[in-house]
Design a binder for this molecule. Structure first.
Ligand code: DX5
Ligand code: ZN
Length: 223
Protein backbone atom coordinates (compact mmCIF):
# COMPACT_ATOMS: atom_id res chain seq x y z
CA UNK A 1 0.00 0.00 0.00
CA UNK A 2 1.13 3.53 -0.73
CA UNK A 3 1.26 5.46 2.52
CA UNK A 4 0.12 8.93 1.51
CA UNK A 5 -3.32 9.20 -0.02
CA UNK A 6 -3.06 10.58 -3.48
CA UNK A 7 -5.32 11.39 -6.40
CA UNK A 8 -5.48 9.96 -9.90
CA UNK A 9 -3.18 11.67 -12.34
CA UNK A 10 -5.49 11.08 -15.29
CA UNK A 11 -9.22 10.55 -15.78
CA UNK A 12 -10.40 8.86 -18.96
CA UNK A 13 -14.20 8.77 -19.37
CA UNK A 14 -15.46 5.87 -21.51
CA UNK A 15 -18.01 7.03 -24.06
CA UNK A 16 -19.48 3.51 -24.21
CA UNK A 17 -22.03 4.79 -21.68
CA UNK A 18 -22.49 8.22 -23.29
CA UNK A 19 -25.55 9.41 -25.20
CA UNK A 20 -24.91 8.19 -28.75
CA UNK A 21 -27.49 10.62 -30.11
CA UNK A 22 -25.59 13.55 -28.69
CA UNK A 23 -21.92 12.73 -28.55
CA UNK A 24 -20.79 16.28 -29.13
CA UNK A 25 -22.48 17.40 -25.94
CA UNK A 26 -20.99 14.55 -23.91
CA UNK A 27 -17.52 15.17 -25.33
CA UNK A 28 -17.82 18.81 -24.32
CA UNK A 29 -18.87 17.77 -20.81
CA UNK A 30 -15.70 15.67 -20.63
CA UNK A 31 -13.61 18.73 -21.43
CA UNK A 32 -15.51 20.85 -18.93
CA UNK A 33 -15.15 18.20 -16.24
CA UNK A 34 -11.37 18.22 -16.70
CA UNK A 35 -10.96 14.79 -18.34
CA UNK A 36 -7.47 14.04 -19.64
CA UNK A 37 -8.47 11.57 -22.35
CA UNK A 38 -11.54 10.10 -24.01
CA UNK A 39 -11.65 6.31 -23.66
CA UNK A 40 -12.97 4.56 -26.80
CA UNK A 41 -14.08 0.96 -26.28
CA UNK A 42 -13.87 -0.97 -29.54
CA UNK A 43 -15.51 -4.44 -29.47
CA UNK A 44 -15.69 -6.91 -32.34
CA UNK A 45 -18.15 -9.58 -31.19
CA UNK A 46 -15.30 -12.16 -31.21
CA UNK A 47 -12.76 -11.21 -28.59
CA UNK A 48 -15.70 -10.11 -26.45
CA UNK A 49 -19.38 -11.03 -26.80
CA UNK A 50 -20.47 -7.52 -27.74
CA UNK A 51 -20.09 -5.11 -30.66
CA UNK A 52 -19.59 -1.38 -30.12
CA UNK A 53 -18.12 0.94 -32.77
CA UNK A 54 -15.07 1.20 -34.97
CA UNK A 55 -12.88 3.38 -37.15
CA UNK A 56 -15.52 5.61 -38.85
CA UNK A 57 -17.08 6.61 -35.53
CA UNK A 58 -13.70 7.48 -34.00
CA UNK A 59 -12.74 9.43 -37.10
CA UNK A 60 -15.96 11.48 -36.92
CA UNK A 61 -15.63 12.13 -33.18
CA UNK A 62 -12.05 13.31 -33.69
CA UNK A 63 -13.35 16.61 -35.03
CA UNK A 64 -15.58 17.09 -31.98
CA UNK A 65 -12.97 16.98 -29.22
CA UNK A 66 -9.55 18.40 -28.51
CA UNK A 67 -8.78 15.70 -25.92
CA UNK A 68 -6.44 12.80 -26.71
CA UNK A 69 -8.27 9.61 -27.65
CA UNK A 70 -7.40 6.57 -25.53
CA UNK A 71 -8.60 3.70 -27.71
CA UNK A 72 -9.08 0.28 -26.10
CA UNK A 73 -9.21 -2.48 -28.69
CA UNK A 74 -11.15 -5.50 -27.49
CA UNK A 75 -10.74 -7.23 -30.83
CA UNK A 76 -9.04 -10.25 -32.29
CA UNK A 77 -6.20 -9.69 -34.71
CA UNK A 78 -5.35 -6.16 -33.55
CA UNK A 79 -2.35 -6.18 -35.95
CA UNK A 80 -4.72 -5.90 -38.88
CA UNK A 81 -6.50 -2.80 -37.61
CA UNK A 82 -3.97 -0.84 -35.54
CA UNK A 83 -2.92 1.52 -38.30
CA UNK A 84 -6.51 2.43 -39.20
CA UNK A 85 -7.30 3.27 -35.57
CA UNK A 86 -4.22 5.48 -35.32
CA UNK A 87 -5.03 7.22 -38.62
CA UNK A 88 -8.58 7.81 -37.34
CA UNK A 89 -7.17 9.86 -34.47
CA UNK A 90 -6.26 7.53 -31.60
CA UNK A 91 -3.42 9.07 -29.60
CA UNK A 92 -3.14 6.03 -27.33
CA UNK A 93 -3.81 2.59 -28.74
CA UNK A 94 -4.22 -0.30 -26.31
CA UNK A 95 -4.73 -3.92 -27.32
CA UNK A 96 -5.07 -7.16 -25.36
CA UNK A 97 -2.08 -9.40 -24.80
CA UNK A 98 -4.42 -12.41 -25.25
CA UNK A 99 -5.38 -11.25 -28.75
CA UNK A 100 -1.97 -10.70 -30.29
CA UNK A 101 0.44 -13.19 -31.87
CA UNK A 102 3.38 -10.88 -31.34
CA UNK A 103 2.70 -8.12 -28.80
CA UNK A 104 6.24 -6.76 -28.93
CA UNK A 105 6.18 -6.04 -32.63
CA UNK A 106 2.70 -4.51 -32.45
CA UNK A 107 3.75 -2.22 -29.57
CA UNK A 108 6.78 -1.13 -31.61
CA UNK A 109 4.60 -0.60 -34.67
CA UNK A 110 2.17 1.62 -32.74
CA UNK A 111 5.02 3.75 -31.45
CA UNK A 112 6.59 3.95 -34.89
CA UNK A 113 3.32 5.51 -36.10
CA UNK A 114 3.64 8.25 -33.50
CA UNK A 115 0.97 6.94 -31.09
CA UNK A 116 1.41 5.79 -27.50
CA UNK A 117 1.20 2.04 -27.04
CA UNK A 118 -0.86 0.27 -24.40
CA UNK A 119 -1.29 -3.32 -23.34
CA UNK A 120 -4.26 -4.76 -21.46
CA UNK A 121 -5.15 -8.07 -19.86
CA UNK A 122 -8.34 -9.85 -18.87
CA UNK A 123 -8.97 -10.42 -15.15
CA UNK A 124 -8.15 -14.13 -15.60
CA UNK A 125 -4.79 -13.46 -17.29
CA UNK A 126 -1.72 -13.60 -15.07
CA UNK A 127 0.42 -10.49 -14.82
CA UNK A 128 3.49 -12.49 -15.82
CA UNK A 129 2.17 -12.44 -19.41
CA UNK A 130 3.00 -8.74 -19.55
CA UNK A 131 6.47 -8.86 -18.04
CA UNK A 132 8.37 -9.23 -21.34
CA UNK A 133 6.79 -6.03 -22.67
CA UNK A 134 7.10 -3.58 -19.79
CA UNK A 135 9.83 -1.57 -21.53
CA UNK A 136 7.81 -1.31 -24.73
CA UNK A 137 4.60 0.15 -23.29
CA UNK A 138 3.38 3.63 -22.44
CA UNK A 139 0.43 2.31 -20.45
CA UNK A 140 -0.87 -0.87 -18.92
CA UNK A 141 -4.65 -1.15 -18.75
CA UNK A 142 -5.70 -3.39 -15.87
CA UNK A 143 -9.22 -4.74 -16.41
CA UNK A 144 -11.27 -4.83 -13.23
CA UNK A 145 -14.29 -6.34 -15.00
CA UNK A 146 -14.56 -9.01 -17.68
CA UNK A 147 -14.21 -6.92 -20.88
CA UNK A 148 -17.32 -6.56 -23.03
CA UNK A 149 -19.86 -4.48 -21.16
CA UNK A 150 -20.14 -1.29 -19.16
CA UNK A 151 -21.93 -1.21 -15.84
CA UNK A 152 -20.35 -4.26 -14.18
CA UNK A 153 -19.06 -4.55 -10.65
CA UNK A 154 -15.40 -3.78 -9.85
CA UNK A 155 -13.34 -6.91 -9.10
CA UNK A 156 -11.27 -6.27 -5.99
CA UNK A 157 -9.33 -9.43 -6.81
CA UNK A 158 -7.44 -7.37 -9.43
CA UNK A 159 -5.99 -4.86 -6.96
CA UNK A 160 -2.95 -7.08 -6.44
CA UNK A 161 -1.99 -6.66 -10.11
CA UNK A 162 -2.03 -2.89 -9.75
CA UNK A 163 0.18 -3.07 -6.66
CA UNK A 164 2.57 -5.45 -8.35
CA UNK A 165 2.84 -3.27 -11.45
CA UNK A 166 3.49 -0.25 -9.28
CA UNK A 167 6.26 -2.10 -7.44
CA UNK A 168 7.81 -3.40 -10.68
CA UNK A 169 7.80 0.08 -12.16
CA UNK A 170 9.64 1.54 -9.16
CA UNK A 171 12.10 -1.31 -8.94
CA UNK A 172 13.09 -1.31 -12.60
CA UNK A 173 12.61 2.43 -13.24
CA UNK A 174 10.00 1.84 -15.91
CA UNK A 175 7.94 4.57 -17.51
CA UNK A 176 4.44 3.28 -18.22
CA UNK A 177 1.38 4.57 -16.42
CA UNK A 178 -1.18 2.26 -14.86
CA UNK A 179 -4.76 2.65 -16.00
CA UNK A 180 -7.70 0.82 -14.43
CA UNK A 181 -10.88 0.00 -16.35
CA UNK A 182 -14.19 -1.39 -15.14
CA UNK A 183 -16.61 -0.60 -12.32
CA UNK A 184 -14.87 2.61 -11.29
CA UNK A 185 -16.76 4.93 -8.94
CA UNK A 186 -15.61 7.07 -6.00
CA UNK A 187 -15.06 4.09 -3.70
CA UNK A 188 -13.42 1.71 -6.18
CA UNK A 189 -11.46 4.61 -7.70
CA UNK A 190 -9.97 5.22 -4.25
CA UNK A 191 -9.03 1.53 -3.95
CA UNK A 192 -7.38 1.57 -7.38
CA UNK A 193 -5.43 4.77 -6.72
CA UNK A 194 -4.31 3.53 -3.30
CA UNK A 195 -3.06 0.36 -5.01
CA UNK A 196 -0.96 2.46 -7.41
CA UNK A 197 -3.20 3.39 -10.35
CA UNK A 198 -2.44 6.60 -12.25
CA UNK A 199 -5.45 6.70 -14.55
CA UNK A 200 -9.12 5.89 -13.92
CA UNK A 201 -11.35 4.84 -16.81
CA UNK A 202 -15.02 5.30 -15.98
CA UNK A 203 -18.14 4.89 -18.11
CA UNK A 204 -21.36 4.46 -16.13
CA UNK A 205 -20.26 6.52 -13.17
CA UNK A 206 -19.62 9.50 -15.45
CA UNK A 207 -22.47 9.29 -17.93
CA UNK A 208 -25.26 7.95 -15.70
CA UNK A 209 -24.68 10.99 -13.48
CA UNK A 210 -23.99 14.61 -14.29
CA UNK A 211 -20.82 14.07 -16.31
CA UNK A 212 -19.08 17.32 -15.37
CA UNK A 213 -19.53 16.86 -11.62
CA UNK A 214 -18.82 13.11 -11.74
CA UNK A 215 -15.49 13.85 -13.43
CA UNK A 216 -14.66 16.51 -10.86
CA UNK A 217 -15.48 14.06 -8.07
CA UNK A 218 -13.21 11.41 -9.57
CA UNK A 219 -10.48 14.03 -9.68
CA UNK A 220 -10.95 14.65 -5.93
CA UNK A 221 -11.57 11.17 -4.56
CA UNK A 222 -12.64 11.07 -0.93
CA UNK A 223 -9.65 10.43 1.31
C1 DX5 B 1 -15.49 -2.79 -20.56
C2 DX5 B 1 -14.87 -1.50 -21.08
C3 DX5 B 1 -14.90 -0.39 -20.10
C4 DX5 B 1 -16.28 0.05 -19.74
C5 DX5 B 1 -16.22 0.74 -18.42
O1 DX5 B 1 -15.26 -3.80 -21.49
O2 DX5 B 1 -13.53 -1.71 -21.43
O3 DX5 B 1 -14.13 0.73 -20.56
O4 DX5 B 1 -16.88 0.89 -20.68
O5 DX5 B 1 -17.51 0.96 -18.02
P1 DX5 B 1 -17.96 1.07 -16.51
O6 DX5 B 1 -17.23 2.23 -15.94
O7 DX5 B 1 -19.42 1.24 -16.63
O8 DX5 B 1 -17.55 -0.24 -15.87
ZN1 ZN C 1 -12.18 0.06 -21.86
Amino acid sequence: MIKNKRQAKYISPSILSADFTNMKKDLLSCERGGANFIHMDVMDGHFVPNISFGVPVIRSLRAASALPFDTHLMIENPEQYAEAFIDAGSNYLTFHVEASQNPKSLLQFIRSKGAKAGLSLRPSTHLKELIPYLREVDLILVMTVEPGFGGQEFMESQLGKIQELHTLREKHELEFFISVDGGINLQTGRLAVDAGADCLVAGSFVFKNNAVSALQELRNLPL
